[in-house]
Each structure stands twice: as structure tokens, then as C-alpha cells.
Design a protein around this ligand. Sequence first.
Ligand SMILES: *Cc1c(COP(=O)(O)O)cnc(C)c1O
Length: 348
Amino acid sequence: MRTIDFRSDTVTRPTPEMRQAMAAARVGDDVLGDDPTVLELQQRVADLLGKEAALYVPSGTMSNLIGVRVHCRPGDEMVCEAGCHIYHYEQSGYAQIGGVAARTIEGRYGVLHPDQFEGMIRPGDAHYVRTRLVTLENTHNRGGGRVQPYEYVEAIAQWAHRHGLRTHLDGARLWNAVAATGIPLSQWTRHFDTVSVCFSKGLGAPVGSALAGPRDLMADALRHRKVLGGGMRQAGIIAAGALYAVEHHRQRLADDHAHARRLADGVRQIEGLTLAPDDIETNMLFFRIDDSLGTAASLRDRLKQQGLLLLATGPQTIRMVTHLDVGPDDVARAITVLGETVASLPET
Ligand SMILES: *Cc1c(COP(=O)(O)O)cnc(C)c1O
């Protein structure tokens, strides 16, 4: 029985063509600045995102941390959505390592309305932290893969810049937002001083993210990467996988989105499961399992025995993510197995 892994879009394996590109990569010592493949990837990403420069880093977590640190000093504050990855899943690295405070605003499935930012800037006297940065996440992970409405992004960034604040985008899945809306990368990114993108999510590369922004901030970012231990030597081998993914795997993200919609259609038919949110915009879906049918963890364990891997993200909440290694047949089988398994659950 083939295991189908819906836990995350990070579980993909490099394709044979990607492995070939990695095996053939020209490399050098990137800490000394002369790995040609890393340099090529950074240039390509900077161009795609419409920024002066980009920096290849080992993970999205490091990219976001550096992104916050190039804008903020200790005693500064960042305003962000309450369920965002930076705040929720990154050990508050901005606070541990950067000395930066976070002020959160509760969004609707990760989406903040521009009006919610009114009054969010602290008074400029010695009692307060200094409000310095606004971060947004697109697409929003815990929001169910939500695409931020473009006009909100624009209005929020304009508000921030009007008040002298900086903006950072956690665009781990910005590629998905582009695939879902047709709005080009550089149009999304022009509203942000710095942008982080991941190669190891939907694009299916094995390792890495990039932070992009103005040349002076990226020079500073290089120093931050070094002190965090993110300077890598012959990194061209993994950068080649990322470069391959950027060139060849962006177009196919629409397939992932179609698969997620089909999965959602299946989940809607299963009594005891409720999608939240109900409308699926990209490659993620979250559903609740009725209390009467037990916990998300127990459903997850039963499905694992059937070769279906899902993630329990809360006591009653399950997440499924589509990606490069999930095909139409996998989606069909997942719906069948999910339906049969839920139907067989004893009522508690
Ligand atoms: C996965 C993810 C990250 C962090 O990436 P890692 O490479 O796992 O550190 C950041 N932001 C979002 C929205 C993510 O989904």
C-alpha cells in the first residue's frame, strides 16, 4: 500500500530532473561569496520579486527572523496577525534573539482589514516600545491557505509607510497566491520592504528560502545570517534544486489547488467533518471532526494505518495539504479512505 502524505507541502522528494540539476550544479564557497549557483538563484529571485538583492538561507524561519532583524532594534515592536507563522510557529525568535516585541491583531482566517490597524502605533514617549514594523503572511498558513485580498495588502502597506513603519512579507507560499490570483509576484512584493519566500514548500525543492529587499538591508541580512549559523559552503548543490523548482514548478501549483478543491468536495460529503474555512483558495484545507466522533489525533492514527498521513493541528482540527507528490488518483483514494474510516468510527 502506497502511503499518501498530506501532512504538508514540505514532504516532497526532489524529482529525477531536479536531482540531475543538483548533481550537475557548479559550486564554490558561498561564505566567501563565490558559489555561482547560489549567486544565480539569488539574482533570479531578486529579479522575480522586483527587489535589488536576495539572500539564500537554510529555512523560512531564519529568513523571517533576519527579515525582522534588519528592520528592528531591541525595544522595537512588530505588528502582525495573531495566527501568523512568525508569531505562532517560530519560537518568538524575534523576541529571543532580536529583542523585538510583537503586537498581534486577530484576523479572519488570517486576513486583516486595513481598519484594524488604526490606533496600533504606540505613543512616542519613554513608556512604550517603538512601533517599527508590520508583517503580513500570504498565503496564510493557519488561515487555511488564504490569499490576502490584494487591495487590503496595498492599503495596509500604504498605511504603514505613511506612518514611517517598515513592512515585511512572509511569502513562504506567495507562489500559491500568484497561481490563485494571477497577480504577478512583483506586484504583491512592491508593497513590502523585505519579502521571504520558501523553495521547500509548494515548489518542492529540498532545502531553503530567500529573503529579498534593498541592497543595503540585504548586506545587513548577510551579517545576521552568518551569526545565526546560516552561512553554508558549497550550497550550490541545494540552491540548484531551488533554482530548478523556481523555473519548473511554479506553473503546476494550479494543479495542487485543483486537488485541494476536489478533496474539499469529498470532505463536504462526509458526515461529521466540517471544513473551516469552507472555500478553498489554494493548496490547504482544514476541517473539524465532530466531538461525537472522537479527537483529531485518534482519526489521524486510524488513517495512518490506512496509509493516509494527515496533520492534527488542534484537538478537533485536521489539516491536509496538496503538493507535487500527490496526484489525482491519490486524491480519489484519500476521499474514499477518509469517508470509510469516519463512517466506521464508534460514536462516543
Ligand atoms: C513553513 C513556513 C515558514 C517557515 O519555513 P521553515 O523552512 O519551515 O522554517 C514560514 N512561514 C510560513 C507561512 C510557513 O508556512
